[in-house]
Structure formats: structure tokens, C-alpha cells
Design a protein around this ligand. Sequence first.
Ligand code: BTN
Length: 248
Amino acid sequence: IGQQIKYLETCDSTNTLALKECLEEDIKEGFTWIADHQTQGRGQRGNTWLSKKGDNLLFSIYLKPKLQNQPHFYFSKAIACGIIEGLQVWSNERLPLQIKWPNDIYIGEQKLGGILIENQWAGSQWTHSIVGIGLNINQEEFGDLRANSLKQFLNKSEHIPREHVFHAICQSIEKYFKICQTHQFEEIETFYHDHLFRLNEWNLYQEVESNQIFDGKILQVNEQGLLLMEKQNGYKLYDLKEIIFIFP
Ligand code: BTN
């Protein structure tokens, strides 16, 4: 991963490009598209992903997960673990990095990056995936967004060289991807939950369906990727879009 690279000064979206090119050309697993700027960067749930030119890391990796009869969410978890561990290695474990369900990368209480995985199918066969990763490295302005960059968090006056971060992350993603390919899911589960934002803490959430604000405690993200929440009146599983994290 990250060894064979196509670098683009600008493109619409590295994910869009990767999805197209991996069908047209003979691309090896692990091939990575990396851009300085995207004109149509995409986030999860149809959101746009904005990033100031040249400041951040924007890349997409071509992978072929072997999880035909296993829960697919392990793949997503493995990628999040790889990013966190890569950043820890890069920083000598000085950073409060966490995974906010389902797989946002948080530094403290702010978003440092996100993951957009797009899986491709031939009938019921999972043929390949494009894993898109956006990480804020040097950006200093985020408007109203609850977001931050490594540079700002570390209070650095100089730009952080992006290639060091990139290589550390690629190595750790490769490690966790191999763990996933050999179905050692316990290792993924442990690391994922050890770094899960708000695990075992009481916090405020909003249930989308009922609009109700409630006190809840995250107990687990299950293998389907659902959030298991303890509430005053029992337990409940939430899917994406069904629950909103409330921040003080
Ligand atoms: C999210 O948190 O919503 C996911 C953001 C993913 C952004 C990355 S940047 C590189 C790749 N190309 C895209 O268009 N999106 C992903």
C-alpha cells in the first residue's frame, strides 16, 4: 500500500478517479491515488469533502477484501485501526486519537479526518474496494466545523511534511488489512474499541426518529457496524443516521 502511486496536482475526487481507473486498467492491489486538491471531494452520506489546496492528505487505495462470508464491517474497522496506529507511530504516541463511530478520525473532541469506502460488486461477489482517506494535516481554517489539523493541534509554526504521515499510515493500514484478510478479527476488535470515542461514558445523544435527547453510554460497535447503546430504560442498537452525538 502506498508503494505504487499516482500523484495528481488536482482531480475531481481520488475516489471517483480510482473507481474508474481500476476498471479500465490493470491495477495492482495496494495501488494509491493521491492528490493535492480535489474539486469534488466526497464524504460519507453524500456530503462534500473540502480541503485547502496542498495542505492535507487526500488519497484512495485499491484493495480486495476477502470477507465473503464474514461481516463486512471488519474491513471498515481495520482501516480505521490502521489510520490511528499510523498516526500514533508518526507522533510517537503523543496524540489523543480516537475513532468516532462509524469511522471518523478524531483528535481530542474534533474531527481530524474521514474515510469513504466504496465497495464494488459483481452480482453477490465483493470484487474490490476503494478506500478514500482525507486527513487534515496543515489546514488552519475550518469555519464552523468541529475540525482540526495536526499542525494546529500540535501548535506547530512550520508545515508538517505530509509524506512522513502518509507512509506511516500506509504501513499500518497494510498491517491491519493483512490481519483482516487472515480473519484475526479479535485484534481488530480490541484496537478499535480501545480507541473508540466515548466508549463506556455517559453522554448526550439525540435519537433522529423521535427527536428525543437522551443520556446514553456506548457499549460496542457490533460486527454489522451498529452502535450498541445503554440507555436509562434498556439497550438499543443504532444504525447510521439514526443517532446524533451532542457536543457540549
Ligand atoms: C467523511 O468523513 O465523510 C469521509 C471523507 C473522505 C474524504 C476522502 S479525501 C480522498 C477521498 N476522495 C474523496 O472524494 N473522498 C475521500
